[in-house]
Ligand binder design. Sequence first.
Ligand SMILES: [Zn+2]
Length: 253
Amino acid sequence: MRLFDTHAHLDFPQFDPDRALLLAAMRDQGVYALNVGVDLKSSQASLRLSMENPNVFPACGIHPHEAKVVGGEVLAELEGLLRRGAVAVGECGLDFYRNLSPRDAQMEAFRAQLRLAKKLDLPVILHERAAWPEFISALREEGPVRGVVHAFSGDLPKAQEALGLGLFLGIGGPVTYPKNEGLRQALRRIPQSRVLLETDCPYLPPQPFRGQRNDPLKVKYVAEALAGLWGMQPAEVAEITLENARRLFGVSL
Ligand SMILES: [Zn+2]
């Protein structure tokens, strides 16, 4: 069974003690990962990880938390990195929950990255928290873009709105959390062809591992949860979502 974790942060310091071991285990177990940048430094690290590991693919982008540093120079540098073989722009988006950057700076950085994705004909990896209406209008105005709403945990109306824009939904550990019944109900009713697996590691571990560090090997628990919802075997979920990732990111696996 091959699994594709479409949202990992393997360059984060939480993996410093055992990164090489983890990457070797991923290769042994047929687990692929898309490593997602949150600023210029981690975007560079994504490119490096992908060069050293054939089962890791790179995305480069500026997270809304870092939006306050985005100006012409940062965007030019980001474009340079993206042209070195990134398969997606991201993560980018809006986070009005933590507001670590001012909202107007977030909006400007988000729109600039959507335009960059169109210019380079790349998909986007989207982060949204407590900003849904603003997020959807920016996408409508700057779109159409291809992409995935990462760590999607909304209900059916939100899922339908994202699908209506042609987006994929990235599903991770939260699908296993008891409180997320609305998400599970939505997932029973949307096309399986638009769902991607992810971990967001080191964050958002599946239910049995809450409070611990997450990693791409645990993406199988997400596949198991979806298998339960869709009435199929985890191997079929792995196959469908691998194919979806291949289609969105244009990677050959
Ligand atoms: Zn992330």
